[in-house]
Design a protein around this ligand. Structure first.
Ligand SMILES: Nc1ncnc2c1ncn2[C@@H]1O[C@H](COP(=O)(O)OP(=O)(O)OP(=O)(O)O)[C@@H](O)[C@H]1O
Length: 584
């Protein structure tokens, strides 16, 4: 039985009876359970979805040892299912009966004073974690549950937390996290270092405090400072350089002091934020908020606040572009040409980008920023953008695993060219928040990618999933397993290939983080990392066609874009080779 499908009444090894499923996250599924020998006492049981339990053990270690606090969920037992030794790992913690923070704010509609008190307690809990060298790193409204309607908060999900001596979870520049709650400095770091395999962002307390500011903004206004469903590059650019709309502009009931506190938490520079949970907590001390404004509920029911506009995507696009255009190489271009390009781009973007559609909550009369599902932890990703070629695939962040050193021949120097309007537009189009970290917009002649070794541990993964060198299976690029199948446009960088159908023990839908490299003739896909049910495995796979590594480029594309068909073969290899036509 799959771990996420245990029915009510099912009893797990260890004597825990399942009552209901509370949630499914990236790595675990959480059930409300009761002990068989003590029915009526409720607990939450987090069961890993995969038998590899790195994150769960880490979380358990923290909850048992370092993160013991009345406002952090307490853990009581652990075990494995179905087999005591080899089964899925689980741990049992307090069941928190109330809703997550944003749902509480929207539906219970507490007073500003209650909200401040809830956040004061979260700030104190954070301060204790930080004092013990623990960083939460994935604070979001979904991870702050309310114990009761008064708003006593409980922090959950420390699976991504950092603590001294903890095993590293990822080997990319950023730790796991959720994009719209990442701090500006973390995103800036990613923009600068995503091509550098050894770069690691060191989270600090002010990252958690920034995320807490995002949670507070969401609770007090019904919106995120920057909507999570914005295209990734625009969202990242907005987080790093666009000031958020003042919360009081979205919800005029917000007392000025709270407005200032939220904006300070969201400062772009960490040194301008609160420096510790304790500092924030003292600013939120209840005796400071005596005015009438603090006693009012967050949102009006009798006289609903006039709907205000959430931050505009078009404005963010302009700022994004402004940021990019301020790069020195472009300063020499006459302003009039820039304006023309901006106008043209905005026109194109308006037609091609999703819009943020506010949805009115009928109960409270305030708007809730709409976003697809709950937001699971993820790495920063890039996004599709306006492109003259039909379908562009969204690149993703580089792999989480240790990239293997690549034996690179010296790169041919890029030809300097004088800026022209055509080139400018092209650069602006091709230049994403992440891709902008590269200083060369494009090169004309691309070398065949050099030989590189497989990442450490790939053999073990192959064995685990029953695949061996020379095996070939179908992969597809794009959401919905790539369907409908079609020609797509890819850029160099990273994108996600899916295992298209089950192959040996490889499940359909397993995600293959693929490095795309292309020459003038071929597109190479090198895969060093596979993600299955939230777990990450090193692998050594390549795109493959007939007896050749890589895929033929189809007509279309340009120096920046290559067109390929999105259903393709993936082959297990012993190393990444460079020679065309070489049989395996
Ligand atoms: N102690 C608890 N009491 C009540 N509900 C809980 C508890 N712990 C978790 N949940 C519910 O289960 C959901 C998933 O839990 P959690 O976030 O810990 O899983 P995850 O796999 O780490 O997810 P993510 O992908 O967000 O990191 C939570 O969003 C929450 O709704």
């Amino acid at each position: 039985m799959p771990p996420e499908a245990l029915p009510p009444g099912f009893v797990l090894t260890g004597g825990w009876r399942v009552l209901e499923r509370l949630g499914v996250g990236g790595y675990g599924v959480v059930y409300r359970v009761e002990p068989v020998d003590s029915p009526g006492r409720y607990f939450a049981l987090k069961l890993t979805r995969n038998t590899a339990e790195g994150r769960a053990l880490r979380e358990l270690t923290l909850l048992l040892d370092r993160a013991v606090h009345p406002n952090v969920v307490a853990v009581h037992a652990c075990g494995r299912w179905p087999d005591l030794v080899t089964g899925h790992f689980y741990f049992v913690m307090d069941w928190v009966p109330g809703p997550p923070l944003h749902v509480w704010a929207d539906q219970h509609n507490p007073s500003f004073r209650q909200l401040a008190e809830t956040f004061r307690r979260v700030a104190l809990a954070l301060d204790t974690l930080h004092a013990g060298d623990v960083l939460h790193r994935d604070l979001k409204p979904e991870h702050i549950l309310l114990r009761d309607t008064e708003g006593d908060p409980v922090l959950i999900d420390l699976g991504a937390s950092a603590y001294t001596g903890a095993p590293t979870l990822t080997t990319g520049p950023l730790p796991p996290g959720t994009r719209h709650l990442r701090s500006p400095e973390a995103i800036r770091f990613h923009q600068r270092h995503w091509r550098h395999p050894d770069a690691r962002y060191q989270s600090v307390a002010t990252d958690d405090l920034y995320a807490l500011g995002v949670c507070l903004y969401r609770a007090a206004t019904g919106h995120y400072p920057f909507p999570p469903d914005w295209p990734a590059d625009v969202l990242c650019a907005a987080i790093t350089s666009q000031p958020p709309v003042a919360p009081s502009e979205l919800n005029p009931r917000i007392p000025p002091e709270l407005d200032a506190i939220i904006l300070r938490l969201l400062e772009k520079l960490p040194e301008q934020r609160f420096q510790s949970g304790a500092e924030l907590a003292s600013t939120l001390a209840p005796n400071r908020f005596t005015s009438e404004a603090w006693a009012t509920p967050l949102f009006g029911t009798d006289t609903p606040a006039p709907p205000r506009k959430p931050p505009s995507l078009a404005r963010a696009r302009v700022r994004d572009l402004e940021t990019r255009l301020s790069r020195p190489v472009l300063l020499v271009v006459p302003a009039v040409l820039l304006l023309l390009a901006v106008g043209w781009l905005l026109h194109g973007w308006r037609q091609t980008t999703p819009r943020v559609t506010p949805q009115i909550d009928p109960l409270e009369g305030h708007k809730i920023a709409r976003h697809a599902n709950s937001h699971h932890s993820e790495a920063v990703t890039d996004s599709p953008r306006a492109n003259p070629i039909p379908v562009t695939v969204a690149p993703v962040a580089p792999p989480l695993q240790d990239p293997t050193p690549v034996m690179k021949p010296p790169a041919p120097p890029a030809k300097p060219r004088a800026p022209s309007l055509a080139r400018l537009s092209k650069v602006a189009l091709a230049c994403t928040g992440l891709a902008c970290s590269s200083s060369t917009p494009y090169v004309q002649h691309r070398p065949i990618p050099p030989v590189a070794e497989c990442p450490a541990g790939a053999d073990e993964t192959h064995e685990r999933f029953g695949i061996e060198q020379g095996d070939q299976f179908e992969g597809s690029i794009g959401e919905n397993f790539g369907t409908p199948f079609r020609n797509i446009t890819v850029k160099e960088g990273y994108l996600m290939t899916n295992v298209h159908r089950k192959f040996k023990k490889l499940p359909a839908g397993a995600q293959l983080v693929t490095e795309i490299i292309f020459t003038n003739e071929r597109v190479y896909g090198r895969i060093r990392e596979m993600r299955v049910d939230g777990d990450v495995y090193p692998v050594c796979l390549v795109y493959y066609e007939f007896s050749d590594v890589g895929r033929q480029r189809l007509p279309g594309g340009d120096e920046e874009h290559a067109v390929i068909f999105n259903l393709l073969h993936v082959r297990v290899v012993e190393r990444f080779r460079e020679i065309l036509g070489k049989d395996w």
